[in-house]
Design a protein around this ligand. Structure first.
Ligand code: C5P
Length: 231
């Protein structure tokens, strides 16, 4: 898969999601299904979007004991998603179990990427609440290395971290970056943001939610993202 724009379909249910995607006519953008939509609509939403021709990033951020995550990944691999993810904080053993579980009997599997530190976590809270004394950058890079060593394909990270992650883990290690805003757009609650054209240098995929879903013309906003990030 090459560079692409992934639309975060942060909707409360199936019908709203389908109505949103119908605006795109024959175009089939890459979509992200997060916890809200998955827990509301169930696994059928993944099957339905795949059947309609979309690529799907299933963003469930699994984090549990290795045995549970391995078995969960086995179930998720049957849904046909193109990318699934988990928390690197679950340890290398958990990530290795995930890789084993996600691999289908024929050897195929979705891409698996890890969340390092959520972009909503500040260095201060990481230190005072999680008792992690290493700085944010070093923590993110170390978690990314753990993910790479466990055989994962990449990480979800801030676009501001993507360059350092490629340097540490190699160019083939994928960086999937939310926190994307147009130069002339609303920032919302995102803090460490970047425009699509700037993200292009180091991100392999950008995840874009409200700049597309809340736009007056979502299709035009998506096209603008593709133009700035991919073309
Ligand atoms: O609307 P917005 O463009 O901010 O949406 C970004 C999407 O990426 C949301 O679905 C959010 O949950 C997700 N995300 C994020 N930061 C992370 C991981 C995921 O914004 N570190």
């Amino acid at each position: 898969m090459g560079k692409d724009v992934i639309i975060a379909c942060d909707f409360a249910g199936r019908d709203q999601t389908i109505r949103f995607l119908e605006q795109f006519g024959n175009e089939r953008p890459f979509v992200k299904i997060g916890m809200e939509l998955f827990y509301a609509a169930g696994p059928d939403i993944v099957r339905e979007l795949k059947a309609r021709g979309h690529k799907v990033f299933l963003d469930l951020k699994c984090h549990d004991i290795p045995n549970t995550v391995g078995k969960t990944m086995k179930v998720l691999s049957t849904l046909g998603a193109d990318i699934v993810n988990l928390h690197a904080a679950g340890t290398r053993a958990m990530m290795e179990a995930a890789m084993e579980g996600v691999t289908r009997p024929d050897g195929s599997r979705p891409l698996v990427i890890a969340v390092t530190q959520l972009t909503s976590t500040s260095e201060e809270r990481m230190r005072s609440e999680l008792l992690i004394d290493a700085g944010m950058q070093e923590t993110v890079l170390h978690y990314a290395e753990n993910a790479r060593d466990a055989g994962l394909d990449g990480v979800v990270c801030s676009p501001l971290e993507a360059e350092a992650i490629h340097k540490r883990c190699g160019d083939m290690f994928l960086t999937v970056t939310p926190g994307i805003r147009f130069a002339d757009g609303d920032v919302g609650d995102q803090v460490r943001i970047m425009t699509p054209d700037k993200a292009r240098a180091n991100s392999d995929y950008i995840v874009v939610g409200r700049p597309i879903t809340a736009a007056d013309d979502p299709v035009a906003a998506w096209r603008r993202c593709v133009r700035e990030f991919v073309d």
